[in-house]
Design a protein around this ligand. Structure first.
Ligand SMILES: CC(C)(COP(=O)(O)OP(=O)(O)OC[C@H]1O[C@@H](n2cnc3c(N)ncnc32)[C@H](O)[C@@H]1OP(=O)(O)O)[C@@H](O)C(=O)NCCC(=O)NCCS
Length: 217
Protein backbone atom coordinates (compact mmCIF):
# COMPACT_ATOMS: atom_id res chain seq x y z
CA UNK A 1 0.00 0.00 0.00
CA UNK A 2 1.52 3.38 -0.85
CA UNK A 3 1.28 7.07 -0.29
CA UNK A 4 -1.48 8.78 1.62
CA UNK A 5 -3.66 5.64 1.70
CA UNK A 6 -1.18 3.84 3.92
CA UNK A 7 -1.28 6.74 6.37
CA UNK A 8 -4.94 6.09 7.05
CA UNK A 9 -3.90 2.92 8.83
CA UNK A 10 -1.12 4.27 10.96
CA UNK A 11 -1.76 4.38 14.71
CA UNK A 12 -2.14 7.90 16.15
CA UNK A 13 1.10 9.64 16.98
CA UNK A 14 3.09 8.02 14.19
CA UNK A 15 5.15 10.14 11.81
CA UNK A 16 3.00 11.05 8.83
CA UNK A 17 4.99 11.86 5.70
CA UNK A 18 2.06 13.22 3.69
CA UNK A 19 3.03 16.92 4.12
CA UNK A 20 6.21 16.02 2.21
CA UNK A 21 4.41 14.75 -0.86
CA UNK A 22 5.19 17.05 -3.79
CA UNK A 23 7.30 19.30 -1.58
CA UNK A 24 10.75 17.70 -1.71
CA UNK A 25 13.44 19.80 -3.34
CA UNK A 26 15.91 18.31 -5.85
CA UNK A 27 18.84 19.46 -3.72
CA UNK A 28 22.13 17.78 -2.99
CA UNK A 29 22.31 16.99 0.70
CA UNK A 30 25.73 16.20 2.12
CA UNK A 31 27.36 15.82 5.55
CA UNK A 32 28.80 18.92 7.25
CA UNK A 33 32.54 19.48 6.94
CA UNK A 34 34.52 21.99 9.05
CA UNK A 35 34.63 24.57 6.24
CA UNK A 36 30.80 24.86 6.60
CA UNK A 37 31.16 26.22 10.13
CA UNK A 38 30.82 29.90 9.29
CA UNK A 39 28.01 29.31 6.79
CA UNK A 40 26.00 27.35 9.35
CA UNK A 41 26.57 30.00 12.04
CA UNK A 42 25.40 32.64 9.58
CA UNK A 43 22.15 30.68 9.03
CA UNK A 44 21.72 30.55 12.80
CA UNK A 45 22.27 34.31 13.15
CA UNK A 46 19.86 35.09 10.31
CA UNK A 47 17.13 33.00 11.95
CA UNK A 48 17.93 33.91 15.55
CA UNK A 49 15.85 37.06 16.20
CA UNK A 50 12.63 36.32 18.09
CA UNK A 51 13.19 32.61 17.61
CA UNK A 52 16.11 31.25 19.60
CA UNK A 53 16.90 32.03 23.25
CA UNK A 54 19.38 34.92 23.62
CA UNK A 55 22.99 33.84 24.01
CA UNK A 56 22.48 30.34 22.60
CA UNK A 57 24.84 30.68 19.60
CA UNK A 58 27.89 29.26 21.47
CA UNK A 59 25.88 26.09 22.15
CA UNK A 60 25.16 25.80 18.45
CA UNK A 61 28.85 26.31 17.65
CA UNK A 62 29.68 23.58 20.16
CA UNK A 63 27.14 21.26 18.51
CA UNK A 64 28.79 21.86 15.12
CA UNK A 65 32.27 21.13 16.47
CA UNK A 66 31.51 18.24 18.80
CA UNK A 67 30.36 15.64 16.29
CA UNK A 68 27.69 14.46 18.73
CA UNK A 69 25.10 14.82 15.94
CA UNK A 70 25.30 14.17 12.24
CA UNK A 71 24.90 17.56 10.60
CA UNK A 72 23.66 17.71 7.03
CA UNK A 73 23.93 20.74 4.75
CA UNK A 74 22.63 21.95 1.41
CA UNK A 75 25.05 24.22 -0.44
CA UNK A 76 24.40 26.42 -3.43
CA UNK A 77 26.96 28.64 -5.17
CA UNK A 78 29.44 27.98 -2.36
CA UNK A 79 26.95 29.13 0.26
CA UNK A 80 25.29 26.92 2.88
CA UNK A 81 21.57 27.58 2.40
CA UNK A 82 20.15 24.95 4.78
CA UNK A 83 21.36 22.66 7.53
CA UNK A 84 19.95 20.22 10.08
CA UNK A 85 21.20 17.70 12.65
CA UNK A 86 20.28 14.27 13.95
CA UNK A 87 21.53 11.88 16.61
CA UNK A 88 20.30 8.67 18.25
CA UNK A 89 19.83 7.91 21.93
CA UNK A 90 19.42 4.35 23.15
CA UNK A 91 18.01 3.46 26.54
CA UNK A 92 17.64 -0.25 27.39
CA UNK A 93 13.91 -0.12 26.72
CA UNK A 94 13.51 2.69 24.20
CA UNK A 95 15.58 4.17 21.37
CA UNK A 96 14.88 7.33 19.45
CA UNK A 97 16.34 9.79 16.99
CA UNK A 98 16.68 13.44 18.02
CA UNK A 99 16.36 16.19 15.43
CA UNK A 100 18.29 19.40 16.00
CA UNK A 101 18.93 22.79 14.43
CA UNK A 102 16.92 22.71 11.23
CA UNK A 103 17.88 26.05 9.67
CA UNK A 104 16.95 27.33 6.22
CA UNK A 105 18.17 30.65 4.82
CA UNK A 106 15.28 33.12 5.26
CA UNK A 107 15.26 33.86 1.53
CA UNK A 108 14.96 30.14 0.75
CA UNK A 109 12.24 29.19 3.22
CA UNK A 110 9.01 27.76 1.84
CA UNK A 111 10.82 26.04 -1.05
CA UNK A 112 10.93 22.52 0.34
CA UNK A 113 14.43 22.59 1.86
CA UNK A 114 13.22 22.08 5.45
CA UNK A 115 11.10 19.12 4.34
CA UNK A 116 13.97 17.67 2.30
CA UNK A 117 16.34 17.86 5.25
CA UNK A 118 13.74 16.30 7.53
CA UNK A 119 13.36 13.33 5.15
CA UNK A 120 17.12 13.09 4.62
CA UNK A 121 17.61 12.77 8.37
CA UNK A 122 14.83 10.22 8.82
CA UNK A 123 16.20 8.23 5.87
CA UNK A 124 19.45 7.67 7.77
CA UNK A 125 17.82 6.19 10.86
CA UNK A 126 18.01 2.47 11.61
CA UNK A 127 14.77 0.51 11.35
CA UNK A 128 14.53 -0.49 15.01
CA UNK A 129 13.92 2.95 16.54
CA UNK A 130 10.76 3.56 18.58
CA UNK A 131 10.42 7.16 17.57
CA UNK A 132 11.87 10.55 16.77
CA UNK A 133 11.88 13.60 19.02
CA UNK A 134 12.92 17.22 19.04
CA UNK A 135 12.87 20.23 21.33
CA UNK A 136 10.88 22.73 19.30
CA UNK A 137 11.07 26.48 19.68
CA UNK A 138 7.57 28.01 19.54
CA UNK A 139 8.01 29.27 15.97
CA UNK A 140 9.05 25.90 14.54
CA UNK A 141 6.54 23.76 16.43
CA UNK A 142 3.87 23.99 13.73
CA UNK A 143 6.25 22.75 11.04
CA UNK A 144 6.83 19.47 12.89
CA UNK A 145 3.24 19.07 14.08
CA UNK A 146 2.22 18.81 10.42
CA UNK A 147 4.20 15.54 10.34
CA UNK A 148 2.35 14.35 13.47
CA UNK A 149 5.03 15.18 16.00
CA UNK A 150 3.09 15.92 19.17
CA UNK A 151 3.51 17.24 22.66
CA UNK A 152 3.40 14.20 24.97
CA UNK A 153 3.30 16.39 28.05
CA UNK A 154 7.03 16.13 28.72
CA UNK A 155 8.72 19.38 29.67
CA UNK A 156 12.18 20.44 28.56
CA UNK A 157 14.02 20.48 31.90
CA UNK A 158 16.21 23.33 30.71
CA UNK A 159 13.89 25.84 29.17
CA UNK A 160 10.17 26.59 29.49
CA UNK A 161 9.91 28.11 26.04
CA UNK A 162 10.72 24.92 24.14
CA UNK A 163 8.42 21.95 23.87
CA UNK A 164 9.39 18.29 23.60
CA UNK A 165 7.71 16.79 20.54
CA UNK A 166 7.68 13.09 19.75
CA UNK A 167 6.40 10.89 16.95
CA UNK A 168 6.45 7.12 16.73
CA UNK A 169 8.61 5.60 14.02
CA UNK A 170 7.79 2.49 11.98
CA UNK A 171 10.10 -0.06 10.32
CA UNK A 172 9.64 1.21 6.77
CA UNK A 173 10.08 4.90 7.65
CA UNK A 174 13.64 5.19 6.47
CA UNK A 175 12.90 3.46 3.14
CA UNK A 176 9.85 5.62 2.49
CA UNK A 177 11.84 8.79 3.13
CA UNK A 178 14.57 7.58 0.82
CA UNK A 179 12.01 6.85 -1.92
CA UNK A 180 10.42 10.29 -1.61
CA UNK A 181 13.86 11.90 -1.89
CA UNK A 182 14.98 9.79 -4.83
CA UNK A 183 11.68 10.36 -6.67
CA UNK A 184 12.26 14.11 -6.35
CA UNK A 185 15.85 13.76 -7.64
CA UNK A 186 17.33 14.82 -4.32
CA UNK A 187 20.89 13.60 -3.91
CA UNK A 188 21.35 12.18 -0.44
CA UNK A 189 24.26 10.73 1.50
CA UNK A 190 24.49 6.94 1.82
CA UNK A 191 26.20 4.62 4.25
CA UNK A 192 26.49 7.24 6.95
CA UNK A 193 26.12 6.20 10.56
CA UNK A 194 24.21 8.59 12.80
CA UNK A 195 26.08 9.20 16.11
CA UNK A 196 24.52 7.15 18.91
CA UNK A 197 24.61 7.70 22.65
CA UNK A 198 23.94 4.78 24.97
CA UNK A 199 22.13 6.62 27.74
CA UNK A 200 22.62 5.83 31.39
CA UNK A 201 19.52 3.76 32.33
CA UNK A 202 19.27 5.60 35.67
CA UNK A 203 19.19 8.98 33.98
CA UNK A 204 15.60 8.61 32.84
CA UNK A 205 14.53 7.69 36.39
CA UNK A 206 16.43 10.48 38.10
CA UNK A 207 15.34 13.36 35.91
CA UNK A 208 11.79 14.63 35.98
CA UNK A 209 12.22 15.76 32.38
CA UNK A 210 14.64 15.17 29.52
CA UNK A 211 17.32 17.64 28.54
CA UNK A 212 18.35 17.96 24.94
CA UNK A 213 21.94 16.96 24.30
CA UNK A 214 21.73 18.39 20.83
CA UNK A 215 19.85 21.67 21.00
CA UNK A 216 16.65 23.04 19.58
CA UNK A 217 14.84 22.46 16.39
C1 LIG B 1 11.12 25.67 10.01
C2 LIG B 1 11.93 25.55 8.73
C3 LIG B 1 13.12 24.61 8.99
C4 LIG B 1 11.04 24.95 7.62
O1 LIG B 1 11.80 24.87 6.43
P1 LIG B 1 11.21 25.41 5.03
O2 LIG B 1 12.20 25.08 4.00
O3 LIG B 1 10.81 26.82 5.16
O4 LIG B 1 9.89 24.50 4.89
P2 LIG B 1 9.34 23.75 3.58
O5 LIG B 1 9.42 24.67 2.41
O6 LIG B 1 9.95 22.43 3.46
O7 LIG B 1 7.84 23.54 4.02
C5 LIG B 1 7.01 24.66 4.05
C6 LIG B 1 5.67 24.25 4.58
O8 LIG B 1 5.80 24.15 5.97
C7 LIG B 1 4.93 25.08 6.57
N1 LIG B 1 5.60 25.66 7.72
C8 LIG B 1 6.85 26.15 7.79
N2 LIG B 1 7.10 26.60 9.04
C9 LIG B 1 5.97 26.38 9.74
C10 LIG B 1 5.59 26.64 11.08
N3 LIG B 1 6.43 27.17 11.95
N4 LIG B 1 4.35 26.28 11.47
C11 LIG B 1 3.48 25.70 10.59
N5 LIG B 1 3.78 25.44 9.31
C12 LIG B 1 5.01 25.77 8.90
C13 LIG B 1 4.66 26.14 5.52
O9 LIG B 1 3.45 26.79 5.76
C14 LIG B 1 4.62 25.31 4.28
O10 LIG B 1 3.40 24.61 4.13
P3 LIG B 1 2.27 25.12 3.09
O11 LIG B 1 2.90 25.22 1.75
O12 LIG B 1 1.22 24.08 3.20
O13 LIG B 1 1.87 26.46 3.61
C15 LIG B 1 12.43 26.91 8.21
O14 LIG B 1 11.32 27.73 7.94
C16 LIG B 1 13.37 27.64 9.12
O15 LIG B 1 14.58 27.51 9.00
N6 LIG B 1 12.84 28.47 10.02
C17 LIG B 1 13.66 29.30 10.86
C18 LIG B 1 14.53 28.53 11.82
C19 LIG B 1 13.75 27.58 12.68
O16 LIG B 1 12.79 27.90 13.34
N7 LIG B 1 14.23 26.35 12.69
C20 LIG B 1 13.68 25.33 13.49
C21 LIG B 1 14.34 25.34 14.81
S1 LIG B 1 16.02 24.83 14.83
Amino acid sequence: MFGWLKNLFLPPGTIDLSPAFGRVSDSTVRPYVPKDFEGCCELYRLNEPARFPPGHLPKYEEALKSGSSLILVVEENNQVIATAGISITRYPSVSFGTLSYGLVHPKRQGQGLGTTLLLARLALLPVDLDGVCLFAVPKSRGFYERFCFSDRGIKDARDDSTVFLFANAYPDLSNECRSLLINADADIPRGIVVPTTAADPDEAKQKAAPVSRDGFC
